[in-house]
Design a protein around this ligand. Structure first.
Ligand code: 5GP
Ligand code: MN
Length: 343
């Protein structure tokens, strides 16, 4: 009933790799989001259910609102436990690379992966995957990498192989990557899959509350501050910008995940097509988040101006310079893309 996003040849290759190996490591991208964490936990739990040794390693920590996910406490965070992470990667027969298309998206952890002789498997929904994978399932059609993990389990095993813990993790990935099924979610298959996850016992209302109604006090106050004081519109260009400096993040006692989703808020304004959020993670290191509406490709803007990339409507990058320099760069980008923004 589902369209085939994973080819028959890829299914046999995946089956073969899984059957003929014992030690697996599952990785996802830096600054992991709901899909990165959800898809990798589901993949790990599936491999373990087959009797394999499997661990999730993430480059840095994930937001608090994902801590309830099954087995989230077992995730090895490279930034905090470098030796353990490198040891696991060295010992792995197979490395599953989830929700990213290039090793550079792993930061420093990418070097350990590049040095390893393990086979690599890619499951991802970003465009333009790098070379170097024994099996590469790269499907921008999929709403989330979690959808691809579901499809892998379904095709390599059967629906019986899927348990409630895996289902919760995959549902979380699909829900967060589609903004609760508000975008990138018009395909019928998504709801057939969601129906199967609910049949496994997922309570989608509970998961929604756990993820989105779980803000800290500092997050709520920060949201008010950002909307009132820090949001600027470029009204004739249908663009907006939010900046938060390192000092402001400290002042609001901002924790990991507290800024998640702020970039989406300006999109509620009528006619807005591009939202940019510049967050100074460390003095002189600025994280760029971009969101766009409709045909406007914020991933090409991210590549042209912020050394980044991503999806057409959700992308990001980095600036290693001052906030003022990053703001200037965004202004230049808006000028360069004016025709598309106002079309
Ligand atoms: P976020 O704004 O949530 O951090 O990132 C949104 C999306 O942009 C991510 O899912 C990822 O696809 C992409 N992205 C974020 N940062 C980078 C980056 O530095 N490089 C690339 N290539 N993509 C990024
Ligand atoms: Mn994703």
């Amino acid at each position: 009933m589902l369209e085939r996003l994973i080819t028959e040849a890829q299914v046999s290759a995946l089956k073969n790799i899984i059957e003929s190996n014992r030690k697996f490591v599952v990785l996802a991208h830096k600054n992991p989001d709901g899909d990165a964490v959800g898809s990798s936990l589901a993949c790990m739990l599936y491999l373990r259910s087959l009797g394999k040794v499997a661990d999730v390693v993430l480059p840095n920590n994930f937001p608090d609102f994902l801590r309830w996910l099954p087995s989230a406490g077992e995730i090895v965070i490279y930034e905090n436990h470098k030796e353990k992470a490198v040891e696991l990667i060295k010992a792995a027969d197979v490395i599953f690379c989830l929700d990213f298309n290039a090793l550079s998206r792993l930061g420093e952890l990418g070097d350990a992966v590049a040095a390893s002789s393990a086979q690599r498997v890619l499951l991802d929904h970003h465009l333009y995957p790098e070379e170097g994978f024994s099996v590469a399932v790269s499907s921008p059609t999929a709403c989330a990498t979690s959808e691809l993990v579901f499809r892998m389990i379904y095709r390599v095993s059967t629906l019986d192989a899927l348990d409630l813990a895996m289902a919760k993790a995959m549902y979380t990935g699909m829900m967060t990557d589609t903004g609760s099924f508000a975008y990138a979610s018009n395909r019928k298959d998504i709801y057939l899959i969601v129906a199967e996850l609910i049949a496994k016992g997922v309570d989608k209302d509970v998961i929604y509350r756990k993820v989105f109604y779980n803000y800290s006090e500092s997050r709520l106050k920060l949201m008010g501050y950002v909307l009132y004081e820090k949001l600027q519109f470029f009204p004739h260009k249908n663009a907006s910008l939010i900046t938060l400096t390192y000092d402001e993040l400290k002042r609001f006692n901002v924790m990991k995940g507290d800024t998640e989703g702020l970039v989406n808020l300006p999109l509620q304004k009528k006619g807005l097509r591009l939202s940019c959020f510049l967050r100074e993670e460390q003095p002189g290191k600025i994280n760029v988040s971009l969101r766009s509406v409709g045909d406007f490709p914020c991933n090409t803007l991210a590549a042209d101006f912020f050394n980044g990339g991503g999806h057409k409507n959700a992308s990001g990058g980095e600036v290693h310079d001052s906030m003022e320099a990053a703001v200037q760069r965004f202004k230049k980008a808006v000028e360069a893309y004016e025709a598309l923004l106002t079309k």
